[in-house]
Design a binder for this molecule. Structure first.
Ligand code: HEM
Ligand code: HEM
Length: 121
């Protein structure tokens, strides 16, 4: 679980950083929100969670870990594509970003419940 999530995290770091370089080069910051959330909800959050799964094996062993993994990895691409569309004034952007965000929020909720239930010293 930890290694799988860390692999997903580094994929988002490449996506996020590539967008950052593209924005810096073009001086067009329309996609800033996508860059921010790819880096922070993708790379940073997933990497922190991957390390938590490694530090607390009981977290990784829980069913909540795989529910979190799938909600995070299904919801985030939907959220980012929807946000991209929203920032480019495409009509379907708003409902799609809303749906993706709710899925991502549920993923974080699963992770939080798992931490309170299973992260013991
Ligand atoms: C080579 C890597 C990166 C480049 C070239 C880059 C480039 C940029 C650019 C051009 C902006 C817009 C700045 C503006 O609106 O004036 C930005 C904003 C931002 N970036 Fe990056 N970025 C990089 C990596 C990262 C990483 C790794 C993170 C997070 C872990 C990050 C987080 C942010 C945040 C939070 C903002 C919004 C800042 C604000 O609105 O004040 N960036 N970045
Ligand atoms: C479902 C999860 C999330 C939703 C729905 C969400 C939503 C939003 C919204 C609506 C904004 C304001 C955008 C704007 O006005 O341009 C924003 C900005 C921001 N969010 Fe999130 N966010 C989420 C998760 C996160 C997480 C987990 C982090 C950090 C780990 C984060 C970091 C930021 C930052 C740094 C900004 C400011 C970006 C800027 O300066 O342009 N967000 N977010």
């Amino acid at each position: 679980m930890s290694a799988r999530l860390l692999r997903c995290a580094v994929v988002y770091s490449i996506v996020g950083i590539s967008m950052g370089i593209a924005m810096a080069g073009s001086h067009d910051f329309t996609n800033k929100g996508v860059h921010v959330h790819a880096n922070l909800v993708g790379w940073v959050s997933m990497a922190v969670m991957a390390l938590a799964y490694r530090a607390f094996p009981a977290l990784a062993a829980s069913r909540l870990a795989s529910v979190h993994f799938w909600l995070h990895n299904l919801g985030l691409p939907v959220m980012l594509v929807g946000l991209y569309a929203l920032l480019h004034a495409i009509a379907w952007g708003e409902p799609v970003v809303a749906a993706g965000s709710i899925i991502v929020a549920l993923a974080f909720l699963c992770f939080a419940i798992n931490v309170f239930r299973h992260a013991h010293d």
